[in-house]
Design a protein around this ligand. Structure first.
Ligand SMILES: *Cc1c(COP(=O)(O)O)cnc(C)c1O
Length: 309
């Protein structure tokens, strides 16, 4: 039994109307950990448990850390998550609520990450948030489910941070014979490492992450994501933080579901960037989810970005 669930695939009247084409949603926000990450992390954790690993270690204060904590609880394997001081109270509480040991260390992620690495013993497994073939295999199940439902989309919209979801979706398209389906890769400005790499024709690193969409905040996409982006048809779509937050608010009203701006970036493409969808008549949007934002936080961002875009 996998640790993720098969999620609903629904047609969205409100998004279809806004986009002027058929929009279907793959609702991975409904995963037990609140994001798609449990697909890959669940698969990786199960593989590590099978090979005798006795503890899972993560350095993500976001949805990856929450997914590792959830997987450890399901498999009765202890989990330690090391996060930097910048991790919100809410994220810390969500990790602790899954029964994981939470260690707060360092001013920035790389310090937390270095401590997590130093903790690793023989019987520990480290779970990377996006750069691991085990993870991509698990994420690919999202496309297996869409393929099993039958209708091939003309394009797929998904959000890109470090590129783990992207790698998994390309893997899923390939193994289902759908490798010609283009991917619209949504990022927010200030976290647009893939769009800039494609424009520069080399894998670049951003100097800093300036977007509020922290779940997209990898300074650089992983090597495999860049390699695949050069082989697979990809259309980069960069949206503003403002558009991503407003898409989350609108989605909350339209579908009564709360997601993070990292996911809002993909929704913003459907709500407002018809150009990126080109002539695709039937578009699949991966609703990747994310649990670290509240409705109040969305409204605060909205007000702050209106005042100071
Ligand atoms: C991790 C995450 C992403 C980005 O995924 P990558 O695999 O890093 O590209 C997007 N949205 C949400 C909600 C996430 O948790």
């Amino acid at each position: 039994m996998p640790l993720h669930i098969e999620t609903p695939l629904i047609a969205s009247d409100s998004l279809s109307q806004a986009a002027g084409r058929r929009i279907r949603l793959k609702l991975d926000n409904l995963q037990p950990s609140g994001s798609f990450k449990i697909r890959g992390i669940g698969a990786a954790c199960k593989a590590h448990a099978r090979t005798g690993k006795r503890r899972f270690v993560s350095s993500s204060g976001g949805n990856a850390g929450i997914a590792v904590a959830y997987a450890g609880r399901c498999l009765s394997v202890p989990v330690v998550v090391v996060v930097p001081e910048t991790t919100t109270e809410r994220a810390r509480a969500l990790i602790r609520a899954q029964g994981a040991e939470l260690v707060v260390h360092g001013a920035a992620w790389h310090e937390a990450h270095a401590l997590a690495q130093s903790l690793l013993g023989e019987e520990d497994a480290f779970l990377h948030p996006f750069d691991d073939p085990l993870l991509w295999q698990g994420h690919a199940t999202l496309i297996d489910e869409v393929a099993a439902a039958g209708t091939k989309p003309d394009a797929i919209v998904l959000s890109v941070g470090g590129g783990g979801l992207f790698c998994g979706v390309v893997e899923g398209l390939r193994r289902n014979g759908w490798q010609d389906v283009p991917i619209v890769a949504a990022e927010t400005g200030g976290a647009d490492a893939l769009a800039r790499s494609l424009a520069a024709n080399e894998r670049i690193a951003l100097d800093a992450i300036t977007s509020i969409a922290t779940s997209l905040g990898a300074r650089q996409v992983c090597k495999h994501a860049f390699t695949l982006a050069q082989q697979h048809p990809v259309r980069p779509a960069v949206v503003s933080d403002q558009a991503a937050v407003q898409a989350c608010e609108r989605f909350l009203d339209d579908h009564r579901m709360l997601v993070e701006p990292a996911c809002g970036a993909s929704l913003a493409v459907a709500y407002g960037q018809a150009g990126a969808l080109a002539d695709a008549a039937d578009v699949l949007v991966v609703v990747c989810g994310g649990v670290t934002a509240t409705a109040q936080q969305l409204h605060q961002w909205h007000a702050a970005l209106d005042a100071n875009p």
